[in-house]
Design a protein around this ligand. Structure first.
Ligand SMILES: Cc1cc2nc3c(=O)[nH]c(=O)nc-3n(C[C@H](O)[C@H](O)[C@H](O)COP(=O)(O)O)c2cc1C
Length: 299
């Protein structure tokens, strides 16, 4: 079922979440071939970062906890990736992060010149100038960073929000006011911790990490529901989506597109085609369409 997102035609409403499969052009192409309408690159930062020590990701069965630490070659050292993506025949979201408004702006300006279809700003990372406070928990900081990035890019801007915000609808509204074209919600929930009771130590080398997968779905659905009531721009609903019925639920909360991250691990790289087929089967069985059910939970 084809759709339009901010003027770009997509083969379906499925989105690969940032950070799940890296930035290699070949892998992103494979994801698109395997039924994903729109693929998001791993977040690109201002400087090379190694990320945290292993173990960085733990599968809890009902979800995952990760502390990968935004490993990135830095925006100036990605020529091979950009070259591979330059001749692509599928749409891409480039995700960026920074530690200050200036860093977001510098990375955004450079990345925009590489002509991704969209730029997503990850304002959910704790690596900021504000003593570890994340941009996405304050309406003022969110507004400032969105406005600064919007002024230097010439592709649509998506603001990716954190469920940690005390009032995520207020953050979404301030991003919209500052010029965001769409919202992506949500990033991971946390921090959480898992302790190995035999060694009596936290399992993650970084000790604490962000939660994702089925365990966070009710939080993600609530966030999208709240944002839908607050803004007029489209929403990418993300967090715990694993089946076609999960995707239907997210659309009923108000999502225009539906993102998948952890479920790539649970169901394989063709999870996008599987979820689309399940969603279509549900729509057929209920004699309805995506347009009819979008935001239906609000009526
Ligand atoms: C291993 C891992 C790495 C991630 N890296 C990023 C990242 O670089 N940038 C970002 O915005 N989100 C990142 N995320 C968050 C996901 O994009 C997504 O928002 C989150 O996992 C919730 O979706 P899910 O429940 O479908 O996994 C990462 C998540 C995981 C599990």
């Amino acid at each position: 079922m084809t759709t339009q997102f901010l003027g770009t035609p997509l083969k379906n409403i499925m989105v690969l979440a940032s950070g799940i499969l890296g930035n290699s052009g070949d892998i992103l192409k494979r994801v698109h071939k395997n039924g994903c309408g729109l693929v998001t690159m791993k977040s690109i930062g201002p400087e090379p970062r190694d990320g945290h020590k292993n173990p960085t990701v733990i599968d809890l069965g009902h979800g995952m906890i990760n502390a990968v630490g935004l490993p990135s070659p830095g925006y100036l050292d990605m020529e091979a990736e950009w070259e591979a993506l330059g001749s692509r025949d599928f749409p891409v979201i480039a995700s960026i992060y920074g530690g200050s408004v200036k860093e977001y702006r510098d990375v955004a300006r450079y990345v925009s010149a590489k002509k991704p279809d969209f730029i997503e700003i990850n304002i959910s990372c704790p690596n900021s100038e504000k003593h570890g406070m994340i941009f996405g928990v304050s309406p003022q900081s969110s507004h400032e960073v969105v406005a600064a990035v919007k002024a230097v890019i010439d592709v649509p801007l998506i603001a990716k929000l954190t469920p940690q915000a005390p009032d995520i609808a207020q953050i979404a509204r301030s991003c919209e006011d500052a010029g965001a074209d769409a919202i992506c919600a949500v990033n991971t929930v946390g921090p959480g911790m898992v302790i190995d009771i035999e060694s009596q130590k936290p399992v993650l080398a970084f000790k604490k990490g962000g939660m994702s997968g089925p365990v966070i779905k009710p939080i993600a659905v609530r966030c999208v529901y709240d944002i839908f009531e607050a803004v007029g721009i489209p929403i990418i609903g993300l967090g715990g989506i694993t089946t076609g019925e999960d995707a239907v639920e997210m659309v009923m909360a108000g999502a225009h597109l539906v993102g998948i991250g952890s479920a790539v691990k649970y169901r394989g790289i063709d999870v996008f085609a599987k979820v689309t087929a399940e969603m279509d089967a549900w729509l057929d069985a209920h004699d309805t369409t995506l347009e009819e059910i979008r935001g239906a939970a609000h009526e």
